[in-house]
Write a protein of this length. Structure first.
Length: 278
């Protein structure tokens, strides 16, 4: 797979690895966190690289699905880099949290499906990052939690909003109030993740499941996938009547596309469609 990296870090370690997959996985892009010395903690530099990568992806029509994973065994993301934060002035902390929140929002607003592959620990900002993805897959041994109240702060990158929308208000309050950490099995039982898998020897079972899931998305109409995500995201924030109006408006966007014509023609000719994202 072709590789690209962003940021000004030394070549010894690319803190964010961006891979555009090829062949049967063409259209899938993998963003890999790679700060092994800091357990993938979110630093100013890493957040900056993530923002640049996401900005490049959102306008790339060849991208069909994005997988967010860790390149470091046993860890997804430990949250904010507290060692770096301890050296910041209070005004810098506020600016950093705002930048991290904005970057995670940018990830959530990517027009294509996004999958978080959680093969290790995802705490604080790490779980907030995963919550911003459309789908979460985790190994049964993975550990997840919003633990900020232990530090006398609250989740500041979307956790107080996305967690209750994912698992319900009461349970989200319980987990945030207690700073409880759950494993993959419990996360699946409460609806925090969509799939749980047994970890393998290589330590990438969740990534492999995410890759298989992303491959299921590839044959579908690109425009339809983008519009479906838009309709769901916007519809979830309003009442049903307004949501149905949003669906109607989004559906109308698929009518004149070449993709739709190709889909109907392929169905008639009993062959796989050849979509171009138009």
């Amino acid at each position: 797979a072709a590789g690209r990296s962003y940021g000004s870090q030394a070549k010894e370690e690319e803190e964010l690895r961006v891979r555009y997959l090829d062949d049967e996985h063409k259209g899938i892009v993998v963003l890999g966190l790679n700060r092994s010395h800091a357990k993938n903690a979110l630093s100013k530099n890493l957040v900056k690289m993530m923002s640049k990568a996401v900005d490049a992806l959102k306008s790339d029509k060849k991208v069909r699905t994005v997988i967010f994973r860790s390149e470091v065994p046993g860890i997804f993301c430990a949250g904010a880099d507290l060692k770096e934060r301890a050296k910041m002035h209070s005004s810098e902390v506020s600016s950093f949290v705002s930048r991290a929140r904005a970057t995670i929002n940018e990830l959530a607003n990517l027009p294509v499906p996004t999958i978080a592959a959680i093969d290790g620990t995802a705490l604080g900002g790490g779980l907030e990052l995963a919550l911003a993805c459309d789908i979460r897959v985790a190994a049964s041994s993975a550990k997840m939690g919003l633990v900020e109240t232990k530090l006398a702060i609250i989740p500041g990158a979307g956790g107080t909003q996305r967690l209750p929308r994912t698992i319900g208000v009461s349970l989200a309050k319980e987990l945030i109030f207690s700073a409880r950490v759950v494993d993959g099995e419990e996360a699946k039982s409460i609806g925090l993740i969509s799939h749980v898998v047994e970890q393998n020897e290589a330590g990438d079972a969740a990534y492999k499941r995410a890759l298989a899931l992303a491959k299921e998305f590839l044959p579908q109409g690109p425009v339809a996938m983008r519009v479906a995500k838009l309709a769901i995201n916007q519809g979830m924030e309003v009442d049903l009547v307004t949501g149905l109006a949003i669906e109607e408006a989004c559906y109308a966007q698929t009518i004149p596309t070449k993709d739709r014509i190709e889909g109907l023609l392929a169905f008639k000719e009993k062959r796989p469609p050849r979509y171009k994202g138009e």
